[in-house]
Structure formats: structure tokens, C-alpha cells
Design a binder for this molecule. Structure first.
Ligand code: ZN
Length: 101
């Protein structure tokens, strides 16, 4: 059974951590991320994936790269995922192999 876990990373103004997408290397500090996330321009995610063979984790990954990462770690042409936010909200999302690129 494959399982994908995707958590939305919330900006944390008290943290000095710079968020840097490990796919495209786009990086922002927490203050900038807070602003960009508020206006819906950018989200970072923690992605982890588990199947019979392996577990993989990619974090942080920006929303531009999330689809590529999800499809890379799944063999299905259509991948349904649930994205969880810290406040308990969840978002259902479907990624299609045919949209790739
Ligand atoms: Zn990226």
C-alpha cells in the first residue's frame, strides 16, 4: 500500500530557518514566506512517501515543484493526496501524470 503524507509548512516568525525548496532551490526566510503565503503566492510542503520498497522524504518543497515530486514517487497515472495544514484543515488534491511538464 502506497502512502503519501504532505504537510503544509506554516511560516514561523520566531524561527531563523530559511525555507529552501530542495528541488528548485527557491529560498525565503520566514518573514517573506509569511507575506507570500498570505497572498497565496507561495506554499512550502513537507512530503513523505512510503511503499513496500522504500520510504522517501522531500522537504521543503515549494508548490511549483510538489507535483513533480509526488508523481516521481508514485507509479499511478493519477495520484490522490491529502494535504494537511497545522490548524487541522485538509485539502484533497489529485495529480495527473498526463499533466506533467
Ligand atoms: Zn521548488
Amino acid at each position: 500500500m502506497n502512502s503519501n503524507t504532505i504537510n503544509l509548512i506554516e511560516p514561523d516568525a520566531s524561527s531563523a530557518r530559511v525555507l529552501k525548496c530542495c528541488v528548485c532551490a527557491m529560498a525565503y526566510n520566514q518573514e517573506d514566506y509569511l507575506v507570500l503565503k498570505d497572498v497565496g503566492k507561495l506554499s512550502y510542503f513537507d512530503f513523505s512517501f512510503k511503499n513496500e520498497e522504500k520510504t522517501a522524504s522531500v522537504s521543503p518543497v515549494c508548490h511549483f515543484c510538489l507535483k513533480e515530486v509526488v508523481l516521481k514517487h508514485n507509479t499511478e497515472p493519477e495520484v490522490r493526496v491529502v494535504i494537511s495544514a497545522k490548524d487541522g484543515k485538509t485539502f484533497n488534491c489529485v495529480f495527473y501524470e498526463s499533466d506533467k511538464g
